[in-house]
Design a protein around this ligand. Sequence first.
Ligand code: 2P0
Length: 332
Amino acid sequence: MSTASGKATAVAHSNIALVKYWGKRNEALILPWQSSLSVTLAPLEVKTTVAFGAQQDEVHINGKEAKGNERARVIALADVLRKEMPVLGPVCVHSGGNFPASAGLASSAAAFAALALALRSAAGLARDVEATSLLARLGSGSACRSVQGGICVWSRGEREDGADSFARQHFAPQHWPGLRMVAVILSGEEKAVKSRDGMRSAVETSPYYSAWVKSAEEDIERALQAIGACDLEQLGALAERNAWRMHATSFAAKPPLSYMRPSTLAMLLALEEERQKGTPVWFTLDAGPNPVLLTEEAHLPKVLAFADRFSPLDIVVCHPGGDARLLESHLF
Ligand code: 2P0
């Protein structure tokens, strides 16, 4: 809760895009070339406490003092508010997630959504989903889709200042409670090319990039229809095609970039056969080697047996999560 002392704590879930964000038209404001659609991932979450009026700026992530770029990105988000309200003064931020140590699951979406909500509340600003999503976007693009739960669409917007580029919930988590997103951790290696750099290279050098933007924008409406009907087959097929196309932009970049490892490809290619055996399961793949399988609760035993064949380091079963929210108890 917002208090007179300028302290607040927020928690937010991560999300996985089914229609991906891949490429910025404005790097500084994190404005995408196309809209994207995602589902929040419970139980994965990040909790963040923010206190203004500290001795000096301080950032701690998962119990360690953050340095370099990690620290700079947190401070930059606080600066967005401090520019308008210099009276807020130095800020102390503590943040921690419940993500499995095997890594491979992006936590930045949850982290910047929780940070944006906690910063606004600690600054005494009223609860405002749209303003929180706009602020979260400035931390990390995908974070604007973690402010609300369920299925959210980040509309690319048209304005140069980005004021219309934020995410909105289209379906609450209760709309499709049986939907499952199964993260299969095949590799714990840190990726060689960060998403931010990978998408820049696709924008600047891939001849497929404009085709990607067009087809991704068209996918949003189709995905919303499939979700409206809780049609897993339609949604799964669309999510797979969208992920292949996103990765294809990077395969065709200069230099070429593949986030897939041999084990990734082995699993993706085996999915068709698994479906022919009657298991309703599809994949999506972010900028990394670890697929996320889409299915429904009733099919989990078969899907988990399928995933096990690829000797994963870890498997994390997720369901649609709720909104980012404020908590009464603080991390410090
Ligand atoms: C997404 N990804 O839609 C896509 C799909 C990765 C693949 O958003 O540069 O950490 O901070 O805006 O949000 C990962 O990129 O990038 C991402 P920035 P972000 O979820």
